[in-house]
Design a protein around this ligand. Structure first.
Ligand SMILES: C[S@@+](CC[C@H](N)C(=O)[O-])C[C@H]1O[C@@H](n2cnc3c(N)ncnc32)[C@H](O)[C@@H]1O
Length: 226
């Protein structure tokens, strides 16, 4: 979840699809309700998504029955990701999201498969035609069971990726795209500026009514306020 986006920031999709030559495919870990699964299939032509929860996987399988672009695999990404990774000839976009962000309320029993996922992608893919986006990157090294950012960035750097952090997403892209990253940053700011301006009138209205409320409370006799 970023400052303005819950999940995958929309500006990342056109930038990534323009950067990866066809044929392309997407892989998602953590299907949840399948909202991003649809976006990924629309952008990259197909999406294989892995969901550990039986209930959520069954719902998503029902939702996407009849859509040949989408495959939902039930089980942990630790066991299933290797078989979902597209062959090296195809460009691939990975959305690694099989984890929660707990803000310290989570339990140690929650597993975070991120390091295993990264190992599998590095082993099976060439960095020249692969983009990896990891959600909730603020949790890296700060949340229970999350690896530190360096534990993710170092092996990816050794495998030929350039890694950056943008809008709570940890992004690993082919080194040839390093010079295009400022353009991605600019696009992210443009969208966010629009998002702020869009909600600004509501923020202002809320602020005004809060000020009125505060002045009303201030006028109440002290005995009533207690
Ligand atoms: C934050 S949600 C995913 C949101 C979804 N990707 C989206 O963008 O709308 C996390 C999901 O990962 C699933 N999950 C957790 N651990 C998993 C694992 N090891 N393998 C596969 N799915 C997992 C959870 O059941 C939950 O549905």
């Amino acid at each position: 979840m970023g400052f303005f986006w819950e999940g995958l920031p929309p500006y990342l999709l056109p930038w990534s699809s323009q950067s990866l030559i066809e044929p392309r495919a997407a892989v998602e870990t953590g299907t949840f309700r399948g909202d991003t699964t649809t976006l990924l299939a629309n952008t990259f032509g197909s999406c294989t998504s892995i969901e550990r929860s039986h209930e959520l996987a069954a719902k998503a399988q029902g939702k996407f029955r009849g859509d040949p672009r989408i495959e939902i695999l039930e089980g942990s990404s630790r066991e299933l990701l290797a078989q979902a990774i597209p062959s090296r000839e195809k460009s691939a976009f990975f959305w690694l999201d099989a984890h929660g962000i707990y803000d310290f309320d989570g339990t140690e029993a929650e597993e975070n498969p991120l390091l295993a996922e990264i190992d599998m992608v590095i082993a099976a893919r060439d960095s020249s035609n692969t983009i990896i986006a990891i959600d909730d990157a603020r949790g890296m090294g700060t949340q229970p069971d999350w690896p530190a950012m360096s534990e993710i960035a170092i092996p990816l750097g050794n495998a030929g990726y350039t890694t950056v952090y943008l809008d709570d997403i940890f992004l690993a892209v082919p080194q040839r795209l390093k010079t295009d990253l400022p353009k991605l940053y600019q696009e992210s700011r443009m969208v966010e500026a629009t998002a702020v301006f869009h909600i600004w009138p509501r923020v202002l209205r809320a602020f005004k009514s809060q000020a009125r409320l505060d002045s009303l409370v201030e006028k109440l006799p002290k005995s009533l306020r207690r």
